[in-house]
Design a protein around this ligand. Structure first.
Ligand code: HEM
Length: 155
């Protein structure tokens, strides 16, 4: 983890994986415990609320490349990591994901460890998988095939 600050481009790429993966697109449902008014809308007690995290993670006003995978979404003008205020895959507020710090650490360690050990390639002639994913509470990828070569060997 000590290396993360020195690996700006790697870290931006891990963040861009997470932005595009968008694994909890509607957040977790909550229910209003009392009536409230938000920007002129009256929301009665008992209303079910969900946050459209998908919209935030692909907001055209806040991302340079909202609809394509591009680590530059997280780079400033000097090529350094820049955390956009619209990067909210863990939601925000008092009920923000309790596992955020752990999940970020795991994603960085798992992805860098895999890339250090394995060379990934596309099977010749294989079709691109549909990128919509399978959306339930959590969004998961459609099945796809990929070739994994151990680095430094022909296996
Ligand atoms: C990439 C991985 C993860 C993502 C994108 C994610 C995302 C989220 C989101 C969007 C919420 C709902 C926040 C809200 O209600 O507004 C949530 C809640 C929660 N997450 Fe995660 N999560 C991840 C990993 C984890 C891990 C590894 C743990 C535990 C070790 C965890 C524990 C929790 C808990 C306990 C809540 C409920 C918090 C509450 O309602 O007060 N999450 N997560």
């Amino acid at each position: 983890m000590d290396d993360r600050d020195k690996l700006s481009y790697t870290y931006t790429t891990v963040n861009e994986f997470q932005r595009c993966a968008n694994i909890v697109p509607s957040g977790v449902f909550h229910e209003m415990t009392r009536p409230t008014n938000l920007r002129g809308y009256n929301i009665p007690k008992g209303t079910e609320i969900f946050t459209n995290l998908r919209a935030i993670l692909s907001d055209k006003e806040h991302w340079k490349y909202p609809d394509t995978f591009n680590p530059e979404n997280f780079l400033d003008g000097n090529g350094q990591f820049f955390k956009s205020e619209s990067f909210l895959p863990f939601s925000l507020g008092p009920r923000v994901c309790l596992g955020e710090t752990l999940a970020k650490m795991e994603l960085f360690l798992f992805i860098t460890s895999l890339l250090q050990r394995i060379r990934f390639s596309w099977p010749p002639g294989a079709k691109w998988p549909a990128m919509n994913g399978i959306v339930r509470l959590v969004r998961s990828p459609e099945p796809f095939n990929i070739i994994c070569h151990s680095r430094g060997s022909t296996e």
